[in-house]
Design a protein around this ligand. Structure first.
Ligand code: PAF
Length: 285
């Protein structure tokens, strides 16, 4: 695989690709098997794949969160070298390379950007939109791969591609879980051993709340979820929502669910000082 830190270097690498399907996996590094699953899918479906590693400052509304975001570039490169091919590219730009001047663009995603993460992390999706649109401009992929764990981000990025007219297919890939059910996330590395051991409760309590929602509605399901999370010392629920995956319109009762749409339980939980998000699709079978 090739490695480059500059746009010029990336353009040079990509100029040698000829007419092949260009795949792109944007990441902030601290790679885990969830990222590798995205890269493997891109490698299977595309003639050339670019993986970016860039911890994007504009999407962190909390500076402490940015400072302590895990950075493991050598390990990331090692992991990528096992799945990428000779002509694939790892792009590791500096902040100056991506933002030579302040990015003042403001994106409005309406409801998509306001609910859940939008409510609790103001400015977050604007920063995601800034960096992803910039990276799309630089890499010019035919197809880009994102994890479904970041459920709302995926909806926002699909809207972004439509809004900006960028000709890129957005592919969502299933959440990869540890064997105990915890969704893989770069932030898991920040958990204390006690909180790591307890964290699968998030997934299991979501699953456990599903039938309550279908039978009694969201408040009963949320109460169940909050109760289970509250049993762990140091854990706190920030939100528990049920929305469709297109417009992110909440459903309070099963009768609110619009036919033909997929609904997900979406949660954010603080495990000590570490904020974890997760979601599961509601199964009607
Ligand atoms: O999901 C992430 O890791 C980031 O939000 C992304 C899409 C790479 C943009 O910085």
């Amino acid at each position: 695989m090739n490695t480059t830190e500059t746009i010029a270097g990336l353009r040079f690498c990509l100029s040698t690709a000829g007419k092949v399907r260009q795949g792109f996996v944007p990441t902030m590094g601290a790679l885990h098997h969830g990222h590798i699953a995205l890269v493997e899918r891109a490698v299977n479906e595309c003639g050339r794949v670019t993986v970016s590693i860039f911890v994007n400052p504009t999407q962190f509304n909390d500076k402490r969160d940015l400072d302590r975001y895990p950075r493991t570039v050598d390990r990331d490169k090692e992991m990528l070298s096992r799945v990428l091919r000779e002509n694939d590219v790892v792009f590791l730009p500096s902040v100056m390379e991506i933002y030579p001047g302040e990015d003042k663009r403001v994106f409005d995603f309406g409801n998509l950007g306001r609910v859940m993460e939008g409510e609790y992390r103001p400015g977050h999706f604007n920063g995601v939109a800034q960096v992803v649109s910039r990276l799309f401009d630089i890499v010019k992929p035919d197809v880009a791969y994102f994890g479904e764990k970041d459920f709302q981000q995926l909806a926002v990025i699909k809207a972004l591609a439509e809004k900006t007219g960028q000709r890129v297919e957005i592919v969502g890939c299933p959440t990869v879980r540890e064997s105990d059910g915890l969704a893989m996330s770069s932030r898991n590395a920040l958990l204390t051993p006690e909180h790591r051991a307890a964290a699968p409760v998030i997934y299991h309590a979501m699953l456990g709340s599903q039938n309550l929602f279908l039978e009694k509605g969201k408040e009963a399901a949320r109460e169940f979820f909050t109760g289970k999370i509250g049993e762990v010392d140091g854990f706190r629920v920030q939100y528990y929502e049920i929305t469709d995956d297109t417009d992110l319109v909440p459903a309070d009762y099963a009768s609110d669910m619009i036919k033909g749409r997929n609904y997900h339980i979406c949660v954010a939980v603080y495990a000590g000082g570490v904020r974890l998000i997760d979601n599961v699709r509601i199964s009607l079978e």
